[in-house]
Design a protein around this ligand. Structure first.
Ligand code: F0G
Length: 429
C-alpha cells in the first residue's frame, strides 16, 4: 500500500506528535496506534476503532544485555505484551478492524497460532461490530491464547493440521463466504504494526537505534517495520534507517534457509519465484512440517515473504535462527528481568546473542528487541522449563531437543512442617 504523500498533510517532524500526549482524554490520542494516524491515513481518524492498544513500554534491560554480550545501557526491550490482548497483534488488528468496519464487514476471520485470533476475538467482543471466525490447528495453540478466543466468544474452528493448513483453508473459506480476512496478508494490518517502530523512536526521544531485532513467523512485523522506516526516510522524518535482524525458530526456518542458503533477495522487486517454488516443493517432498516450542512462529509458509525481502533490503537486514534451547534460555533471562514473554518473543534475544557472538552486532551498538507476546500466553512452556518434574520436562521440552534448563528457578519441595519450611527459607533466601 502506498500513499500519495504530496496530497496529505505530513507532520513537519516526529516531535510534532508529542502534542498528542497532552490530549490523552481523546481515545485517538491515547491509542499508541492512532496517535500516529497522520502516518497511516487510510481511513478518516473518526472512523477508526480503538480499544486502547499500543500503551506499551520500551525498557532498558542491562541484565539481558549482559547475557547477550552487549554493554550496559545498549539493549532495550519493546514490551508489546502490554497490549489489551497481550500481544503486538492489537496494533495491526485495530487498523484492519477499522478498515473492515469502513467497508461494512459483518464477519471477520483469521487463521492463527493463537495471538491473532485472541486479538480479533477481543476487538469483536468489545465493540460488537463483527462476528469473529477463527481457524486454529488442533493441539497447535498455547492454552493462554485458546482460552482468550473461547472466553471472548469467537467462533473457533479447530482443524486437523497446523498453521500452514489453517491459513490455506481460511483463505478459501473467506473468499467463498465473503468474510473479511484479517491475517497479515491484509495490508491494513501492516499499517497498524508500523506504529510499533514509531513508539520505539518516541521512547528513544526520536533517535534511531542501530538494530531492531524481531522474531519471524508470518513475517508481518518485519515487513511492517521495513515499510515504516522506508516511509519515514522518504518523508525526511528520520535521517538514517536502523538495521533489521529477523530471527526464525530453527524448526520453522523457511526465511533463514531461503535467504541464508538459497540466496533469495528482493532484487528491486524481481524476486526469483523459481527459488521459492523449488524450496516449497522440496519441503513437501520431504514432508517437512514446522516444529518448535515457540508455537507462535511455528510457520513454514510465511505469507509476507516478499514484503519481508523488501524490508531486509531497505534495512540492510540479516536473518538468523535460534534453537528451542536458545529460545528458552533467553526467555528465562527476560523473565528474570521481570518482563516475561512467551517463547517466540525470546527468539529476538536469542538471535541478538548469536549476532553479538558473531560480531555482526557490536557490543556498544544500541539494540531494540521486540517482545511480541506476554509471558502468560504460554504457561506450559515456562512451567516445564522451571519444573522439578523430569517427566513434565521431557514431555514438553525434551522431545523438542531441549536438554537443560540452565536458568531454571526451581520450586523448593518441603514437607508441610513449620520447622522444615523455616529451614528451607533460611537456606535458600
Ligand atoms: N511473536 C508472537 C508472539 C506471535 O504471535 C507471532 C505471530 C510472531 C511473533 C510472528 O510475527 O508473523 O509478524 O512474523 N503470530 C501469528 C498468529 C502468526 O497467528 O498469532 P510475524
Amino acid at each position: 500500500m502506498a500513499y500519495d504523500w504530496d496530497r496529505l498533510s505530513v507532520p513537519p517532524s516526529l516531535r510534532w506528535f508529542e502534542q498528542k500526549w497532552s490530549r490523552r482524554s481523546d481515545p485517538y490520542c491515547l491509542s499508541g496506534v492512532w496517535r500516529f494516524h497522520e502516518l497511516l491515513p487510510f481511513v478518516p481518524v473518526e472512523a477508526c476503532v480503538t480499544v486502547g492498544e499500543g500503551q506499551t513500554l520500551l525498557q532498558a534491560a542491562d541484565a539481558v544485555a549482559k547475557y547477550a554480550g552487549l554493554s550496559a545501557g545498549r539493549l532495550f526491550l519493546q514490551y508489546e505484551g502490554m497490549n489489551p490482548s497481550g500481544s503486538f497483534k492489537d496494533n495491526g488488528m485495530s487498523a484492519a478492524f477499522s478498515h473492515a468496519r469502513f467497508v461494512g464487514a459483518s464477519r471477520a476471520a483469521c487463521a492463527s497460532t493463537g495471538n491473532t485470533s485472541a486479538s480479533l476475538a477481543l476487538y469483536c467482543s468489545v465493540t460488537k461490530l463483527m462476528r469473529a471466525v477463527i481457524f486454529v490447528g488442533s493441539g497447535k495453540i498455547a492454552y493462554g491464547k485458546l482460552s482468550q478466543a473461547l472466553d471472548y466468544g469467537a467462533l473457533t474452528v479447530q482443524i486437523t493440521g497446523d498453521f500452514d493448513d489453517a491459513m490455506a483453508r481460511v483463505k478459501e473459506v473467506s473468499k467463498q463466504l465473503g468474510i473479511y480476512l484479517v491475517n497479515s496478508v491484509n495490508p491494513f494490518r501492516l499499517e497498524g504494526q508500523k506504529t510499533i517502530m514509531f513508539r520505539v523512536l518516541e521512547s528513544l526521544r526520536w533517535e534511531v537505534p542501530d538494530w531492531i531485532v524481531v522474531p519471524g513467523g508470518n513475517l508481518g512485523n518485519s515487513s511492517a517495520f521495513g515499510k515504516a522506516f522506508m516511509e519515514l526516510k522518504q518523508l525526511g522524518l528520520i535521517d538514517r534507517i536502523p538495521r533489521l535482524a529477523i530471527v526464525n525458530a530453527a524448526g520453522a526456518n523457511t526465511l533463514n534457509r531461503l535467504v541464508g542458503t538459497s540466496g533469495l533477495r528482493w532484487n528491486g522487486g524481481r524476486t526469483d519465484p523459481h527459488l521459492v517454488k523449488k524450496f516449497y516443493e522440496e519441503m513437501d517432498a520431504e514432508g517437512r512440517r514446522a516444529a518448535t516450542i515457540a508455537s507462535a512462529i511455528e510457520i513454514n509458509r510465511p505469507v509476507n515473504l516478499e514484503k519481508c525481502l523488501r524490508a531486509l533490503d531497505v534495512c540492510d537486514g540479516v536473518v538468523r535462527e535460534a534453537t528451542d534451547q536458545e529460545i528458552l534460555d533467553a526467555k528465562a533471562q527476560v523473565g528474570a528481568g521481570g518482563i516475561g514473554c512467551e517463547p517466540a518473543s525470546a527468539a529476538s534475544v536469542a538471535g541478538t546473542k548469536r549476532l553479538v557472538d558473531e560480531g555482526v552486532i557490536g557490543r556498544d551498538q544500541r539494540v531494540v528487541c521486540i517482545l511480541t507476546g506476554h509471558q502468560l500466553k504460554d504457561p506450559t512452556a515456562t512451567v516445564a522449563y522451571h519444573t522439578t518434574d523430569q517427566q513434565l520436562f521431557n514431555d514438553v521440552l525434551g522431545k523438542r531437543g531441549v536438554r537443560r534448563a540452565a536458568f531454571a528457578n526451581r520450586a523448593v519441595v518441603v514437607p508441610n512442617d513449620l520447622g522444615e519450611i523455616v529451614k528451607a527459607i533460611e537456606l535458600y533466601s
